[in-house]
Each structure stands twice: as structure tokens, then as C-alpha cells.
Design a protein around this ligand. Sequence first.
Ligand code: FES
Length: 132
Amino acid sequence: MDRQAYIELLLDHYEHPRNRGRLENPDVQMSWGNPGCGDVVTLYLKISADGRITEIAFEGEGCTVSQASASILTEHVKGQTLSYAQNLSPDDVAAWVGREVMMSRPRCALLALSALKLALQEYRASSPTASG
Ligand code: FES
């Protein structure tokens, strides 16, 4: 995709966010904010006994890149295994949102990934038998 296509993708996700909202009785939820600006993303996850993220939703307030990246992240993570989510890296986010956006707004683009990593940490800590 070229630069314009990535910008259109981000705007589309910002204006029409996927998986936005709150899940009732999530297996784990996590809020994470960017201390530089106060923008925040909260993730809600439901995780099956065999270690698959069956549902994911997010709420948040913030800039276009942070909120659009959260929406995009939920699309990529939904239905995947815990180990897939655990192994996601900034390079994966760069592939989703475009390297230029990642270079210019890394903290915005990575806010949701940081929330996801912390959510998985918390899930493992509270579920000692969890795999992945
Ligand atoms: Fe705050 Fe983008 S300006 S996360």
C-alpha cells in the first residue's frame, strides 16, 4: 500500500472503529495510556480454555493514530492464539499501519499493542495454567 492508502485505512478505522465497546465479564481487561498526551486505550479479552482469543473489544480516547491502531489490532488478534498475540512486535504494527506512520508516531501506533502485552501478562499471572 502507498502512503495515501495507509492514511485512508487509518481514517476509516478511526471513523468506523471495529470491535469498539466493552465486553461483559472479560477474562482480562487492561487500560494503558500514553503519559505524554493522556490518550488511553482499554482492551477487553475473552480467552478460551485452549488459549484462543475468542473475543476482543476496545474503548479509548485519543488521537486518530492511537484509536485507529487499536481498531486494526483487534481485527488481527480476534480468533488468534495467545502465542500469536504474545509474539506480535512493533514490526507487525508497522506492517498494519504503514512504516511512515510508525516512524513519525510510534507511541500513538503502539499504544494498543502495549495494552495487549500488559493484558496478556496479567492474564498469565491470574491464570497459572494458561499456556502461550
Ligand atoms: Fe496521544 Fe497519539 S497523541 S497517543
